[in-house]
Design a protein around this ligand. Structure first.
Ligand SMILES: [Zn+2]
Length: 199
């Protein structure tokens, strides 16, 4: 038998499903919600409901959005011929932070992972290929993560996209700004040397 009343253990069980939340944190959050005002608890519940009810994937780029096409795909000030491919919707925020990118995006929702059975069919690649086939794109920037999975995904896409005759680029990898090359591991150093540019 659970040591908590049924509604409490039900909430704890649901909270435990969230990433990074163990039993202790789930209990703490559940008691916090129990002690909070009726209004705060209702606001939390309705925010969760609205998230599922109102957000969907952009039919063009697979970004999470409340309007379709999303703000980037429907923007007249964005270069619709320049597409940056990322693994997750959250990666868009990291690129937007630079305020220096004025193209649009394509979200794959993952990267290749043979161990977990994730191949090209499991990723959202189809609508990128149809955008390319429609001649709407001039350059694709591959901004998948610098991991084994991200690199494998990038080379697969580069192979497919280059055959369509468009420019395919990969973001540079290397030494973090403000760090010291003395403490750089050999793989990062190798990537930095490969990604060197003329000055
Ligand atoms: Zn979009």
């Amino acid at each position: 038998m659970s040591k908590f009343a049924e509604p409490m253990s039900r909430l704890i069980d649901e909270l435990k499903k969230l990433p990074g939340i163990g039993s202790k944190s789930a209990q703490r959050l559940a008691f916090h919600i129990l002690r909070s005002s009726e209004d705060d608890a209702e606001a939390l519940a309705s925010a969760v409901r609205d998230l599922k009810a109102k957000l969907r994937l952009c039919s063009v780029c697979n970004n999470i959005t409340d309007i379709n096409p999303c703000v980037y795909c429907s923007s007249p000030t964005r270069n619709q011929k320049l597409v940056c491919v990322v693994e997750e919707p959250t990666n868009i925020a990291a690129i937007e932070k630079t305020r220096n990118y004025h193209g649009v995006y394509h979200v794959l929702h993952g990267s290749f992972s043979p161990l977990h059975g994730v191949g090209p069919e499991q990723l959202r690649i189809g609508n990128l290929l149809s955008r390319v086939a429609a001649g709407e794109i001039e350059e694709v920037i591959l901004a998948t993560n610098p991991t084994v999975e991200g690199e494998a995904t990038a080379s697969y896409l580069a192979d497919h996209l280059k055959r369509q005759g468009l420019r395919v680029t990969r973001i540079a990898m290397g030494i973090p700004v403000g760090s010291d090359i003395e403490y750089t591991d050999e793989v990062t150093m190798l990537k930095a040397m490969e990604g060197r540019r003329d000055m």
